[in-house]
Design a protein around this ligand. Structure first.
Ligand code: GA4
Length: 342
């Protein structure tokens, strides 16, 4: 499916020298199922965000049938001929990150062994998805989009539950301080579907690893990830080492994003992560990135600054400003350092 020029192949293949990394033994887990006490769940969310900046959500209430339909539809989309995929998601204005692409991540020269569909999600209503500037997507794509809308609504409800627990665990007076950001009419979120096909050379060699999606942090508030029970996701630990995340077909994974690190004055950790391709099975993941409205002014929350002895670690900025700055960077760059106060 993917045709590479020699230069591109060399760049993508370069990290194949990386050794396999150990599995993350202690993936923090938060059960939303109502079995445990709410205060305990709130504490577990905070501890996980302070630790790895990453955790697993069980008892999430998103119907298994919906997840199976979304997974099947994503697999069907990626199995279409290249031209059809491009046509189905065409219409994004030049310079916009939205639409279908293969191997090229962002617009600053990053490459990966991945093809993807990136869709904009605005508003808080029942049909928030939009393929920006869509001319007239084919009918087959419209039913796919309806299904993804259903998915976004369900995932956003679960995510708001998690953000509510976070606010509680942090002891914020304003209990909806975080939920409000991502469920506003103008919230600027995204849905991404990634497909990592097995690499033919790796299959022949039987070993080796390619970069599917290079290391990075997510700029938004939080990201909610699902995958088709296939390995590949790795996170960076506080000591700088990497650990692979054992796949789990029943749960969601949550990443703290850059904005949440800022709001919590650095108490929560925006987790650096990547996807490596070594599996003989294709990996398909679907990620919801929850962002605030473009005009939203973001700064460390006063309560958390007070708890930190009055030290405010980041200057105030709007999401529009941060996003513009982030989108000028290469994937692996530290984007928050430009907004630190010292
Ligand atoms: C990382 C998180 C999301 O996938 C994304 C990515 C975006 C893109 O693919 O266009 C970016 C990347 C992400 C951060 C730095 C810039 C922008 C690629 C890139 C090199 C959609 C996002 O919001 O930021």
């Amino acid at each position: 499916m993917v045709v590479l020029t020699k230069g591109e192949l060399e760049q993508i293949a370069l990290p194949a020298v990386h050794k396999a990394v150990p599995p993350l033994a202690d993936v923090p887990e938060v059960d939303l199922g109502g079995g445990g006490a709410r205060a305990a769940a709130a504490r577990a969310v905070v501890a996980a965000c302070e630790g790895h900046g990453f955790f697993k959500v069980t008892g999430h209430g998103v119907p298994a049938g919906l997840l199976a339909r979304v997974e099947a539809a994503a697999a069907t989309f990626f199995s279409m001929p290249q031209l059809e995929k491009e046509a189905a998601a065409a219409g994004a204005p030049p310079g916009s990150p939205f639409g279908y692409a293969s191997k090229r991540i962002g617009s600053n020269g990053d490459l990966g062994w991945v093809e993807y569909l990136l869709l904009g999600v605005t508003g808080a209503g029942a049909a928030p998805l939009c393929v920006h500037g869509e001319a007239s997507p084919p009918p087959s794509f419209c039913s796919f989009r309806d299904l993804l809308n259903e998915y976004v609504v369900a995932v956003r409800a679960m995510m708001c539950e998690v953000l509510g627990l976070m606010a509680e665990g942090l002891g914020l007076k304003e209990k909806d301080a975080l939920v409000r950001l991502v469920s506003h009419e103008e919230s600027d979120s995204m849905l991404r579907m990634n497909h990592y096909p097995p690499h033919p050379e790796l299959k022949q060699q039987g070993h080796g690893r390619l970069t599917g999606f290079g290391e990075h942090t997510d700029p938004q508030v939080i990201s909610v990830l699902r995958s088709n029970d296939t390995s590949g996701l790795e996170i960076s630990l506080r000591d700088g080492s990497w650990a692979s995340v054992p796949p789990d077909r029943d749960s969601f994974f949550i990443n703290v994003g850059d904005v949440l690190q800022v709001l919590t004055n650095g108490r929560f950790r925006s987790v650096r992560h990547r996807v490596m391709v070594s599996s003989p099975r294709p990996r398909v993941s679907i990620i919801f990135f929850a962002g605030p409205p473009p005009r939203e002014r973001l700064a460390p929350l006063p309560w958390l600054v007070a708890e930190d002895g009055g030290r405010c670690r980041y200057r105030e900025f709007t999401w529009r400003e941060y996003k513009a700055s982030a989108y000028r960077t290469k994937l692996a760059e530290n984007r928050l350092c430009h907004f630190e106060t010292e």
